[in-house]
Design a protein around this ligand. Structure first.
Ligand SMILES: NC(=O)c1ccc[n+]([C@@H]2O[C@H](COP(=O)([O-])OP(=O)(O)OC[C@H]3O[C@@H](n4cnc5c(N)ncnc54)[C@H](O)[C@@H]3O)[C@@H](O)[C@H]2O)c1
Ligand SMILES: O=C(O)[C@H](O)CO
Length: 433
């Protein structure tokens, strides 16, 4: 017989209006406080276009935490409601909320907000959050190029992000795109479905062998290094990388793996840290982009740099769209049919540059690199704990790369904020790990 864990019973009991809900399941909308913002909140938002629909959890909670989107799993809600938070989840149908929409959500009293990478978190929203008494914001993402951190700091708002929990998931998608592009899987699938296959042919969908070729990584941080290891370990590729910093652990891994292969009578793999990005672009057969997006990485891949890459190279982008000049890429793909790309991100999301969708040598997926259940639930948990930790005055976790203690469903998370990017600027205390 299925028994409800004690912890869950406690949670259910603490949710005054939801005593009868099994919180393991996402509650049906009929059971939720699906409502509009209260009148006083609505009138406080100057440019509010229309009322915003929400679901509220633990309505009597002391701290008001708003999530601009429904997020996977229920643990993140439990963690907040257990600590006296009223959680309001925006249930608006539109995918991307405007600044006006979010102003309406913040209202007159708001302690913290969990937001999304599609939203424009700048001066307007952070000043509104401060006016509403808020001190905490967390992106449900590791990248935070949509956030003006200086503006947040100016208004005393901590900015959280969710590193670590999405490293493998994102690297796996980059690896998937690399393979799909190398072996022309999407083209071949379309061909089959179109009923065009009438028998094996020596030239049918011939692609690239990865073994023994060179994988190039630009931005060898958490995700870039993990992707590199996957390609090296899985396909015995050699590595060339470019980063502002030395990726010592990655280098040590490749050295040791090369020695292991050699000891087993196989060709060893090698690594090289390139002095310039151009060195990577010239040498690599598959190049995957994993830097953050900032002023230094905007249009890192442009017309000139595309032109120095091998004619049959593969380019993968799972970082941020603007790292690539997408219009230049479309032109390059048109004149170099053997050059292939796998793109998870786009310069003007959700749009693609004209021409891209028609190109057979491009594989395009809708920003799904972190989309595994475990990761997305973990991202929601980390984002919620960032906001909760700041509201409660907890210190900031000293090692934002070590996220396991927050993700264990069977034990309470440490009383810290997992990752606050402006902790130093705000003078927040750091925890001892
Ligand atoms: N597509 C997705 O769904 C998805 C998922 C997760 C992360 N991301 C993106 O990936 C990025 C990287 O995530 P991470 O966790 O690996 O971050 P990270 O900070 O561990 O790695 C980023 C690396 O980029 C390097 N870098 C910065 N500027 C550079 C430059 N000018 N040239 C070369 N290297 C440079 C840094 O030194 C660092 O090593 C995020 O910021 C985010 O934008 C996208
Ligand atoms: O930065 C991020 O975390 C991604 O783009 C979404 O997972």
């Amino acid at each position: 017989m299925h028994t409800v864990p004690r912890k869950i019973i406690r949670i259910i009991n603490s949710w005054s209006i939801f005593r009868h809900i099994n919180i393991e399941q996402r509650p049906s909308s009929a059971l939720l406080l699906s409502t509009f913002l209260q009148k006083d909140q609505i009138s406080s938002a100057n440019k509010m276009a229309k009322p915003i629909s929400i679901e509220a959890w633990n309505p009597s909670g002391k701290y008001r935490v708003v999530s601009t989107k429904s997020m996977p799993g229920t643990r993140w809600i439990r963690l907040l409601t257990d600590q006296d938070c009223r959680v309001e989840v925006c249930t608006e149908k539109k995918t991307i909320l405007s600044v006006e929409d979010i102003l309406a959500l913040i209202g007159e009293k708001c302690d913290g907000v969990i937001g999304q990478l599609t939203e424009d978190w700048g001066e307007v929203l952070f000043s509104a959050l401060k006016r509403a008494g808020g001190t905490a914001f967390s992106n449900m993402a590791v990248g935070y190029n949509n956030v003006d951190v200086d503006a947040a700091t100016k208004y005393g708002v901590a900015v959280g992000n969710t590193p670590g929990v999405l490293t493998e998931t994102t690297a796996e998608l980059a690896a998937s795109l690399s393979l799909a592009a190398a072996r022309r899987i999407v083209e071949a699938d379309e061909f089959m479905r179109a009923g065009l296959y009438d028998g094996w042919l020596p030239h049918l969908f011939v692609g690239n062998l990865l073994k023994g070729q060179t994988v190039g990584v630009i931005g060898a941080g958490r995700i870039g290094s993990t992707y590199a290891r996957m390609m090296i370990e899985g396909f015995k590729m050699n590595l060339i990388y470019y980063d502002l910093y030395q990726a010592t652990r990655l280098e040590n891994f490749v050295t040791a793996y090369g020695q292991f292969l050699q000891a087993n009578g196989e060709q060893p793999v090698t690594w090289k840290r390139a002095a310039t990005m151009e060195d990577v672009l010239r040498a690599a057969d598959v190049i995957s982009l994993h830097p953050i997006l900032d002023k230094t990485t905007y249009h890192l891949i442009n017309k000139e740099r595309l032109s120095i890459m091998k004619k049959d190279a593969i380019l993968v982008n799972c970082s941020r769209g603007p790292v690539v000049d997408e219009a230049a890429l479309v032109e390059h793909l048109k004149v170099n049919p053997m050059f292939r790309v796998g793109l998870d991100v786009f310069e003007d999301e959700p749009y693609m540059k004209p021409g891209l969708a028609e190109l057979k040598n491009a594989i395009v997926v809708p920003h799904i690199a972190s989309a595994s259940k475990w990761t997305r639930e973990g991202m929601a948990t980390l984002a919620a704990l960032n906001v909760l930790g700041k509201i409660k005055g907890y210190p900031v976790w000293a090692d934002p790369n070590r996220v396991e203690p927050f993700l264990d469903e069977n034990s309470p998370p440490p009383a810290v904020c997992p990752s606050i990017v402006n902790a130093k600027q705000l003078g927040l205390p750091s925890s001892k790990v």
